[in-house]
Design a protein around this ligand. Structure first.
Ligand code: SAM
Ligand code: SF4
Length: 332
């Protein structure tokens, strides 16, 4: 097996894999998917063993961080088996294993996740208001999410919250959400909605630029630029008054592609070198070939050649999604 690390055509070192284990979900966030979402055919979904082998092939090529995501990763049966198998690689090539979850099933899994070696998780939380939560996610599940966040803390997991800011829905609640997060000891990242996949609404009606939100937050607190970085695209500020951090993920208003270090794999084994691009390499056929190891390595080399320099998202009146593919398929 080759030990050549992954470097793309623009000289960027790729050391971070986001692995989607399912595109299914128990919520239907209005910015993410339509109520009647067409999910990937079950027969095409890789087994947990295939996902594990695939991930190990990436680790052999210098991937040091893996984030398990989806869809909602915790709705996949036995996903803990995969998390445990990947956790055993920590220290043996893998430096960090993380998880992004909507939190609905977290209460029952937090301890096992921590036992598997996960130290940090991201939990999506767009509002603290039960009615707004239901309107936003089309499910009445705020209490389970808050219970999940509490269980994660009790299990010793560091929680970062992710909040998509939506015009006319939760945009007025952001200072209160930040105050709550910091009061609970959690950092929080704010995200601009991206035009990924068809939804039951116009993106232009949902979109809020984080520049506006930042100005509002500055009325209340001091936002000091922070050196803090995680593997993702958040740019952080520290808030001395609360002792917490706020991350800004601004794919629309401020492109962050120059520092891109990541690739994504769907639950069907499709490698997308860019969240915002159509470029794709089929790893499932490689994994199911006569020489999976060799074919996987060749596929990774191809992915490095075709990774684009940057995404080009636009949101405008009457403009359809930049990409037909939903974030829940590619893995957020
Ligand atoms: N279900 C899990 C969750 O919600 O955390 C993991 C997958 S979800 C696709 C990952 C992240 O993507 C979430 O924080 C979600 O809010 C965000 N997301 C989904 N669709 C998005 C969109 N169109 N634009 C911006 N963020 C989006
Ligand atoms: Fe599900 Fe996450 Fe998409 Fe919401 S954002 S519908 S929780 S995959």
């Amino acid at each position: 097996m080759t030990s050549k690390n992954l470097v793309d055509g623009f000289g960027r070192s790729i050391d971070y894999l986001r692995l989607s284990v399912t595109d299914r979900c128990d919520l239907r966030c209005t910015y993410c998917m339509p109520e009647r979402m067409q999910f990937l055919p079950r027969a095409e979904i890789l087994t947990l063993e295939e996902l594990r082998d695939l991930a190990l092939g990436f680790v052999a090529r210098g991937i040091t961080r893996i984030r398990v995501t989806g869809g909602e990763p915790l709705v996949r049966r036995d996903v803990l088996d995969l998390i445990r198998a990947l956790g055993r690689q920590i220290g043996g090539g893998l430096n960090e294993l993380t998880l992004t979850t909507n939190g609905t099933q977290l209460a029952g899994h937090a301890e096992a996740i921590a036992d598997a070696g996960v130290r940090r998780i991201n939990v999506s939380l767009d509002t603290l208001d039960r009615a707004v939560f239901e309107r936003l996610s089309r499910r009445d599940a705020l209490a389970s999410v808050l219970g999940g966040i509490e269980a994660a803390r009790a299990a010793g997991l560091k929680v970062k919250l992710n909040t998509v800011v939506m015009r006319g829905v939760n945009e007025g609640e952001i200072p209160a959400l930040v105050a709550w997060a910091h009061g609970e000891g959690h950092d929080i990242s704010l995200i601009e909605t991206m035009p990924l996949g068809a939804i039951d609404a116009e993106r232009v009606d949902q979109f809020v630029s984080l520049d506006d939100i930042r100005r509002e937050l500055e009325q209340r607190w001091t936002l000091s630029e922070s050196e803090h970085r995680t593997a993702g695209p958040s740019r952080y500020v520290e808030v001395p008054e609360t002792g917490g951090r706020i991350g800004f993920i601004t794919p629309m208003s401020d492109n962050f592609c120059a520092g891109c270090n990541r690739i994504r794999v769907t639950a069907t084994g499709q490698l997308y070198p860019c969240l915002g691009g159509g470029e794709r390499v089929d790893l499932r056929s490689a994994m199911r070939s006569d020489d999976p190891e060799l074919r996987l390595q060749a596929a990774l080399d191809t992915a490095m050649k075709i990774k684009p320099q940057r995404h080009d998202f636009r949101i405008g009146a009457g403009q359809g999604p930049a990409l037909a593919r939903h974030m829940s398929v590619t893995g957020g």
